[in-house]
Design a protein around this ligand. Structure first.
Ligand code: UDX
Length: 435
């Protein structure tokens, strides 16, 4: 199959590369010439384990191409994927669809023969109908079908998520389009991955519902964690105790500083707006948005409280800044709110993150970015673990003690055990664990 992928952001680049690795011929298209130049020179604009190698392999084997000129690739394509950004629209919280619609117009002018147009970007319910209307209006003779095929991959695990997904959702009632989609995903099909074929609107809503549900799970356990602290319980044990029930499931039940990233915050907000427009209550999701936003700030209060109510003039070392490990993504990262609030309370911040410091510099000011974890904690009055990178899980605690000004640790990801830390001479607090 020949694939054109419009947009070389996270989803576009990963899906395009993985489709090429499945054996299809893929052309990734982006208007940003510097990005395309970089990709053609083997430079990957994002941090994602394994992606660089996979791009290089498929480029070398001539199945993967990058260009700013869409004409030929779209003309020859069996399937054209729209994987452009759908950021939050300023002012009203709806998803901004201008990039999706611009891509639809461009595609309409260029397609030849029956072409499947696939929205991979996360888009509000009804966007497929609008894309179809745009294409029909721009090119009334075009032969095409518009399919919704949401992407569920996680940053940091993107390649394995794409290649071994729990399911593939395909939204269309066009039989020819279903055949093209089955062919594109054939390697998965052979692995017996379920392919759910449904109506386009159902598929569009499925993506938002999936992300909102996961956000609910995290927020639920975060609130249970707060309760654990008050009543003398341990949230990790509660989590295990409920998660082993198959109806609940143990994943996404880790308490922490609140979820961040590009998807959960953006998609829960967009879903809430979709529901409001449809005059349908979605109170659970609305509460999740509110609770999570408040939680990130509350994490700074936790540090302040741990320091006896005053951090002015204190040096605070943050380990981890990205919204989660294995990414350089700083979007909606809890560290942003934590830093702002601690600085406002008069603290000096030193920080280290293995991948995201360049991104962090764009969204934080007045922070001393350090060369490594041990550099960051030098003379710190307290060490705060914000992101659970593996390299923070086994710090040399004796060395830590000699470097800090006081052996105090706030572990917002529960990567150490309270009794172990106390035995090593640390004053220690974490999330939702009274013991
Ligand atoms: C998410 C979805 O998982 C993915 O299916 C969708 O396509 C895009 O959005 P991503 O944002 O890359 O993926 O990260 P994910 O691993 O889901 O983590 C999101 C946030 O939730 C992070 O801030 C993480 O720290 C937090 N989280 C996750 C928790 O606090 N506890 C958990 O148990 C799991």
């Amino acid at each position: 199959m020949r694939v054109a992928m419009i947009g070389t952001g996270y989803v576009g680049l990963v899906s395009g590369t993985c489709f090429a690795d499945f054996g299809h011929v893929v052309t990734c298209i982006d208007k940003d010439a510097s990005k395309i130049d970089a990709l053609n020179n083997g430079q990957i604009p994002i941090y994602e384990p394994g992606l660089q190698e996979l791009v290089a392999k498929n480029v070398a084997e001539e199945r993967l191409f990058f260009t700013t000129a869409p004409e030929e690739a779209i003309r020859k394509a069996d399937a054209v994927f729209i994987a452009v950004g759908t950021p939050t629209r300023r002012g009203d919280g709806h998803a901004d669809l201008s990039y999706v619609y611009a891509a639809a117009e461009e595609i309409a002018r260029l397609i030849e023969g029956f072409t499947v147009i696939v929205t991979k970007s996360t888009v509000p319910v009804g966007t497929g109908d609008e894309v179809e209307a745009i294409i029909r209006k721009t090119n009334p003779d075009a032969e095409f079908a518009v399919v919704s095929n949401p992407e569920f991959l996680r940053e940091g695990a993107a390649i394995s998520d794409f290649k071994r997904p729990d399911r593939v959702v395909v939204g269309t009632d066009d039989e020819r389009a279903v055949e093209v989609m089955r062919e594109l995903y054939r390697p998965l099909y052979l692995n017996e991955t379920p392919i759910i074929v449904t109506r386009r609107r159902t598929s569009e809503l499925t993506k938002y519902a999936a992300n909102a549900f996961l956000a609910v799970k995290i927020t639920f356990i975060n609130e249970i964690a707060d309760l654990c602290e008050k009543v003398g319980a341990n949230v990790q044990e509660v989590s295990r105790g409920i998660g082993l029930d198959n109806r609940i499931g143990g994943k996404f039940l880790h308490a922490g500083p609140g979820y961040g990233g590009s998807c959960f915050p953006k998609d829960t907000l967009a879903l809430s707006r979709i529901a409001a427009d449809a005059q349908s209550d979605l109170k659970i999701v609305d509460s999740v948005i509110e609770v999570n936003a408040a939680r990130k700030k509350k994490m700074a209060d936790k540090v302040i409280e741990f320091m006896g109510g005053d951090v002015s003039g204190k040096t605070i070392a943050l380990l981890g800044l990205a919204f989660k490990p294995n990414t350089d993504d700083m979007r909606e990262a809890p560290s942003i709110d934590i830093v702002e609030k601690l600085q406002a309370a008069g603290a000096k911040i030193r920080a280290y993150d293995p991948a995201s410091m360049e991104e962090a510099e764009k969204v934080m000011s007045g922070v001393m970015f350090c060369d490594g974890p041990y550099h960051a904690i030098e003379n710190a009055d307290v060490v705060v673990i914000v992101t659970e990178w593996d390299q923070f899980r086994a710090l040399d605690l004796d060395r830590v003690k000699t470097l800090v000004s006081a052996p105090k640790v706030v572990d917002l990801r529960n990567i150490y055990k309270p009794d172990y830390m106390e035995a090593r001479g640390f004053e220690y607090t974490s999330v939702g664990r009274s013991y």
